[in-house]
Design a protein around this ligand. Structure first.
Ligand SMILES: NC(=O)c1ccc[n+]([C@@H]2O[C@H](COP(=O)([O-])OP(=O)(O)OC[C@H]3O[C@@H](n4cnc5c(N)ncnc54)[C@H](O)[C@@H]3O)[C@@H](O)[C@H]2O)c1
Length: 414
């Protein structure tokens, strides 16, 4: 059995989470890490857990010379430059055969298309990491409901939310570096997962055709003076001048090209969800049947009273983006697996070893970017966007949202 040698570019929050997931993934080893951020910590963790003997390299090229699959886990604003370096390394004879990129594939449609082009020109296999489409909770519910769907017809409505109290690194908050606010950061998950749930059994993941987008972006919490000050003090980001949305909601309409039936995906995302911690919530309704997932309902819960809470130093051990360390708290016994990190990594490993793209390739990632940018455009124009209109599609190719240009004050404070 062959083993896929993996190299990381970026060693922060998501790289650590995916390394935890790797303990449950077979036929791979971590061999190379680009020398940034928490590279030493991840290398030590990998050795301790027998995930490999990764070496730390000071160039992207050296990482590409010492792995079969390179994984891009660096901030959104570094994507294209890193992909260019990877493509150059391949042309110079590097061993790497496949590339993985975390969401979002690009901050704009143009950036996402550039990622696709660079990877294809370099003959690289691709995997777009969108963990929620790999969540066993969702896919097991779908499998369970397929017989009902075959008799009754498919889902007509899917709703998806991802919410927490705000990101952990300064660059996420800066719309010019991140590509926007919570819509760019987490709307990509919710839009993609709605489409996945709505897709009929056995059809490709781009089978449903997006036909319309409605969206509203707003700044409900972090634009208030006391919270603007917190952001400035903690992250050096000034939401008086360059704000990003902390709340978004919208509806994307899809058409089944075989039957003409219209189905809807409703997405809601926020960075002002002041509850226990990260919540993923999805539900879907079909004729006579339904499904629902709520990540804050776990079979495991703990209670910490006021007295005992004084001794708790790290609230985030129990749940991603935890905001509380007392009261009744949800605990996940296998959080990396629950969010789909295990299954998405196994899919990339198995696919690359078999010489093919992963279940979600870069082209799929570019489609998600297209839908996210269409949502920004719909919110800016204050109208429903017709996604079948060739003029709109052309406009989206070079579109950059006002919020991502640092002009969010015009959109969010007026
Ligand atoms: N799927 C998910 O649920 C999920 C969750 C979190 C983050 N992400 C995505 O993962 C990516 C990284 O996010 P994060 O939370 O780990 O961020 P982070 O800030 O915690 O870590 C970023 C890492 O990249 C390194 N880095 C910075 N500039 C770099 C450069 N020019 N070249 C190479 N490395 C560089 C940093 O030193 C650090 O190691 C983002 O694109 C984000 O959208 C996805």
């Amino acid at each position: 059995m062959k083993t896929l040698r993996i190299g990381y570019i970026g060693a922060g929050f998501i790289a650590k989470f995916l390394t935890v997931a790797m303990k449950q993934v077979r036929h791979c080893e971590l061999t190379a890490i680009y020398s940034r951020g928490g590279a030493e910590d991840i290398a030590a963790y990998a050795k301790e857990n027998r995930l490999g003997e990764p070496k730390i390299y000071s160039s992207v090229t050296d990482v590409c010379n010492n792995c079969d699959a390179v994984m891009i886990f660096s901030p959104n604003y570094t994507r294209v430059a890193i992909m260019e370096e990877i493509a150059e390394a391949v042309k110079a004879g590097a061993s790497v055969k496949g590339v993985v990129c975390e969401k979002p594939l690009g901050r704009t449609v143009a950036e996402a298309e550039k990622m696709v082009e660079l990877a294809r020109d370099a003959n690289l296999l691709t995997s777009y990491f969108e963990n929620q489409l790999h969540m066993n909770a969702i896919n097991n519910a779908l499998s369970q409901l397929r017989p009902q769907q075959n008799v009754m017809g498919n889902f007509t409505l899917a709703r998806s939310t991802e919410e927490h109290a705000g990101p952990h690194s300064a660059w996420f908050w800066d719309p010019t570096r991140q590509g926007g606010g919570v819509l760019s950061d987490m709307g990509c998950h919710s839009i993609a997962v709605c489409r996945h749930i709505l897709t009929p059994e056995g059809k490709p993941n781009t089978f449903l055709k997006p036909v319309a987008m409605q969206c509203d972006t707003s700044l409900l919490k972090w634009g208030q003076p006391e919270y603007r000050k917190q952001l400035l003090d903690k992250f050096g980001v000034d939401y008086t001048k360059t704000p990003a949305e902390d709340f978004v909601t919208g509806i994307v309409t899809f058409k089944n090209p075989e039957t003409g039936q219209l189905v809807k995906g409703q997405f809601t995302n926020s960075w002002m969800y002041d509850k226990q911690g990260l919540r993923l919530w999805m539900d879907a309704i079909g004729p006579g049947y339904a499904m629902e997932v709520n990540s804050l309902i776990s079979p495991v819960e703990i209670f910490v009273g006021d007295e005992a809470a004084e001794g708790v130093a790290d609230a985030e051990t129990a749940l991603e983006k935890s905001t509380a360390s007392r009261g009744l708290l949800a605990v996940h016994s296998n959080e990396a697996d629950f969010y789909g990190y295990t299954t998405e990594t196994q899919d990339a490993v198995d696919s690359f070893l078999a010489g093919k793209d992963a279940m979600l390739n870069f082209e799929f990632g570019a489609e998600v970017t297209f839908l996210v940018q269409a949502a920004y455009m719909a919110a800016e124009k204050g109208t429903t966007i017709d996604l079948t209109d060739e003029k709109i599609k052309k406009e989206l190719k070079s579109y950059r949202s006002l919020i991502s240009q640092g002009k969010g004050a015009d959109v969010l404070y007026s």
